[in-house]
Design a protein around this ligand. Structure first.
Ligand code: SF4
Length: 502
């Protein structure tokens, strides 16, 4: 791993994953790829070595290595909590340090970030060019307002600059892997004993109004070519002996031609890897059977799909777009069973204007899916607004919902609960209704244990025990207070992918 003697910039990825579930910090590597060789930098990952105080480590580096800029990548939820804790410590000891933040949280809440006393600049939009140009401007004494895609506060006024355009990922240099110890991110997952991850495209062509990606992508999608992905897979196999690859794109399967090209690359290079990616049901339903066969034969094991709802009217309100429909999801679930590829379906339940009716309808739909394809994975989330507007957002706003106005408020217990999507004080669902949803989830997850859990392999005694104990509840639609299942899941260290990843 390369470490420069003098360091101008520290990229910091605050803790957000459980130990041994950390993924490669792709967003940071992508931004760093554009300043490689031009500015000195280091990457500090708070998800590694939990025994170390990363804030203290950064303070020491600032004092000893001449660091001037701290660039922090922030996702909403637990990462925001670790960020704020560390940021306050770092700035207390290094008041001269310039702090730049980017990622989904700052993108969607840039006013709150720009307003924070310890943050100097916010990257709003695709970050590679904006970050590089901002450092150039600050280092050469140019005005930051000449840089596209940033926000900051000056004399109490919020300054925002023009939106920046995404870069074609095919024109970006390869990730500077030599800046991290890649072995730290090679993990055993249900896909394979040596799994790495990659982000192979920018954005998504859709505008779902519950999705934070919309503010970033603005309807644009650009993917790395299948050939480039083949080269990368080859490189990863040769260098780190991977046997599995996760694609963390927002919408990996947007272009059938590219996916076919990637599969053909795997064949021509004789690469035997399992892989996983995220896609849309309506897009994948259009794929030809020969492509499905090709994907299966080339190691595609599971696809994450935003099913969102079993109700077409709710899909319309979500602005899900395309040709997505409940019947289409059922068709796809059946098709994937035929091709032996697991659909991992995520749902958003409790949507306005009638959250309870919506919840019950989707629960019925989920049961239907499980009957059709028992190996389908189900991930459930409660509806929570994102600031991209839309019919549902307007409705919850009318009910009195508003976002916090400071980072301190964002990390207070009420908002932590909302971000963790556990039972929380939200005006569109009562506590009782949220508990009902959580109870159904407990019973469903016990009766159909996820195949991605590391400690509960399908067919193992733990797997059958969960099924046996939960069977009468699932078949009897009896979800009330499943204390015994909560206890059992805890005893068996049952991990859910939506909580800790694979
Ligand atoms: S298709 Fe998926 S990634 Fe794209 S906007 Fe909708 S939810 Fe977001």
């Amino acid at each position: 791993m390369q470490v420069d003697e003098q360091t101008l910039i520290i990229f910091y990825n605050p803790q957000c994953a459980k130990p041994n579930y950390q993924r490669m910090p792709a967003a940071i590597l992508q931004v760093a790829s554009l300043i490689e060789g031009r500015f000195s930098y280091e990457i500090v990952d708070g998800n590694l070595r939990s025994e170390v105080s990363h804030a203290q480590q950064i303070v020491d580096k600032v004092h000893h290595k001449g660091v001037k800029y701290l660039a922090i990548s922030i996702m909403p939820g637990p990462q925001l909590v670790s960020t704020l804790k560390d940021l306050r410590i770092i700035k207390k000891h290094c008041p001269e340090l310039t702090v730049i933040v980017g990622g989904y949280f700052p993108l969607n809440h840039y006013q709150v970030c720009a307003n924070d006393r310890d943050i100097d600049y916010v990257i709003v939009g695709p970050g590679e060019r904006s970050f590089r140009d901002l450092i150039v401007a600050l280092e050469t004494g140019s005005l930051p307002e000449t840089v596209s895609g940033i926000a900051f506060e000056r004399n109490g006024e919020l300054v925002t600059t023009n939106r920046s355009h995404p870069m074609n990922p095919n024109h970006l240099p390869r990730y500077p892997y030599h800046r991290i110890n890649v072995e730290d991110y090679v993990l055993p997952t249900f896909l394979g004993s040596r799994t790495l991850s990659h982000h192979s495209s920018f954005g998504c062509p859709f505008f779902c109004n519950f999705c934070a990606v919309v503010s970033l992508a603005d309807g644009k999608w650009i993917g790395e070519t299948g050939e480039r992905l083949g080269e990368l897979a080859q490189y990863m196999v040769n260098k780190w002996q991977i046997n599995a690859l996760e694609f963390h794109d927002n919408n990996f399967f947007t272009a059938e031609k590219r996916v076919k090209e990637f599969c053909n690359q795997l064949i021509s290079r004789n690469l035997k890897i399992s892989w996983w990616g995220e896609g849309r049901a309506d897009t994948l339903l259009k794929y030809k059977d020969e492509t499905w066969r090709l994907m299966r034969d080339c190691g595609l094991k599971m696809v994450f799909l935003g099913a969102e709802s079993g109700d077409d009217e709710t899909l319309r309100r979500m602005n899900k777009g395309g040709k997505q429909s409940a019947s289409g999801v059922l068709k796809l679930v059946k098709k994937m069973k035929d091709f032996d590829i697991i659909p991992e379906l995520s749902f958003i339940l409790g949507n306005p204007p009638n959250p309870v009716k919506d919840m019950k309808k989707s629960i019925k739909f989920i049961r239907k899916i499980k009957k059709l394809n028992p190996s389908a994975e189900i991930i459930m989330y409660r509806y929570d607004p994102v600031p991209v507007g839309g019919e549902m957002f307007d409705q919850v706003t009318k009910l009195g919902f508003s976002f916090p106005t400071s980072l301190e408020e964002w990390v207070d217990p009420k908002w932590r609960k909302i971000q963790k999507r556990t039972t929380a004080d939200v005006p569109w669902l009562t506590e009782k209704e949220q508990i009902f949803l959580a109870e159904f989830q407990t019973v469903l997850n016990a009766y159909y244990p996820t195949s991605t859990a590391r400690h509960i392999k399908p067919g193992s005694w733990r797997y059958w025990l969960l099924k046996l104990v939960s069977g009468f509840r699932y078949h009897g639609h009896f979800y009330f207070r499943p204390y015994e299942l909560n206890w059992l899941q805890q005893k068996l260290s049952y991990q859910r992918p939506e909580i800790s990843g694979f």
